[in-house]
Ligand binder design. Structure first.
Ligand SMILES: Cc1cc2nc3c(=O)[nH]c(=O)nc-3n(C[C@H](O)[C@H](O)[C@H](O)COP(=O)(O)OP(=O)(O)OC[C@H]3O[C@@H](n4cnc5c(N)ncnc54)[C@H](O)[C@@H]3O)c2cc1C
Length: 293
């Protein structure tokens, strides 16, 4: 099912989960076991991230194919413009469509480590909106596209008004869905959503939630992507040893509160960044079961 139909047809908020392609066979075995648990829940779609290079890229499509075949669930591979010419974009998307994909999360990607500015590949794209426009022109409605949104602004564009203009440009180019970067203060999301709606964004805007199960790890991720963990949440979490079960439970409780408030405010769904683990997601979904049905 395509993104636009999923959100249009669902009478309840849509639960979606994000995975990454494991780099080792041990990682894959772990993910396979976690998926058995995750797929017991009413998952609307599973998205799979796209790595910066090499095997990780083909692993995205293989994992997407395996999950679709095994669980008959809607899937969405991610794709970035990093190192991608128009020809390689077509090769990837042709393969995705041939293997049954109806959706794609279309991203620009980050500059390689150590570089501060994004440089497009020869015959490639500088911004995600150009990728979206190219995919619409090439594939029309054969594939439904999601793009990224940034409730706290993007690391390269902290000006929210400008960030919203860039989001609008991606949606106008043909995206059917916005999935946000992780955030921990719902006020940031509501402000972002209201600005996007005022700017004329009419597609669903789905908050991305990353439950904190190990503070040091998530603190590093938030710094990299320009998000913040509010001081009161930090205080609660660092009162426990890093990664301890006490800290996990506090992080999961906070994620349940955060998602509950968003669902009460009528968001079209919740996208959980699982980091390939079922534990936190399972706790969240069980606690919020009445929303998803
Ligand atoms: C839900 C989600 C999933 C993600 N999945 C992946 C993944 O699988 N793999 C991966 O490598 N990364 C992933 N990312 C991270 C993403 O690649 C980075 O955040 C990246 O830096 C920006 O990608 P984008 O698609 O938002 O780019 P863009 O929308 O192109 O934005 C990039 C920057 O350019 C600015 N900009 C946009 N348009 C213009 C314009 N016309 N003029 C001037 N400036 C402009 C934007 O404001 C922003 O600062 C994901 C992010 C999210 C939120």
């Amino acid at each position: 099912m395509k993104f636009r139909d999923i959100y249009q047809q669902s009478r309840r908020p849509v639960l979606s989960i994000e995975l990454f392609p494991p780099k080792t066979s041990k990682g894959r075995a772990h993910l396979d076991a976690e998926l058995v648990r995750l797929m017991q829940y009413p998952v609307g779609f599973v998205s799979v991230t796209y790595g910066a290079g090499g095997a990780a890229q083909t692993n995205t499509l293989s994992l997407v194919r395996d999950i679709r075949q095994q669980y008959e669930v809607t899937t969405a591979p991610h794709f970035t413009c990093v190192g991608a010419s128009r020809k390689s974009v077509r090769a990837y998307v042709d393969r995705a469509i041939a293997e049954g994909a109806e959706n794609l999360v279309a991203l620009r990607g980050d500059p390689p480590r150590g570089e501060s500015a994004f440089r497009p590949a020869a015959d490639g794209f500088t911004y995600a909106w150009q990728l979206v426009a190219f995919l619409k022109e090439t594939y029309g409605d054969a594939i439904s596209l999601a793009v990224a949104g940034y409730p706290e602004g993007h690391v390269e564009t902290r000006d929210m008004a400008l960030s919203i203009q860039h989001l609008k440009q991606k949606v106008d180019a043909g995206a059917d869905l916005v999935i946000t970067q992780l955030f921990y203060d719902n006020a940031d999301f509501f402000r972002f959503r209201d600005m996007a709606v005022r700017a004329g964004v009419t597609v669903p805007i789905v908050p991305g939630i990353l439950p904190i199960t190990k503070y040091s790890q998530i603190d590093r991720i938030t710094r990299l992507c320009g998000a913040k963990i509010p001081a009161d949440l930090t205080k609660t979490l660092v009162a426990f040893p890093d990664g301890s079960s006490d800290q996990q439970m506090a992080g999961i409780a906070a994620a349940i509160d955060q998602a509950g408030e968003l669902l009460d405010a009528g968001v079209p769904g919740i996208h959980i960044f699982t980091l390939n683990n079922s534990y936190a997601t399972a706790h969240m979904v069980v606690a919020l079961e009445h929303y998803f049905g």
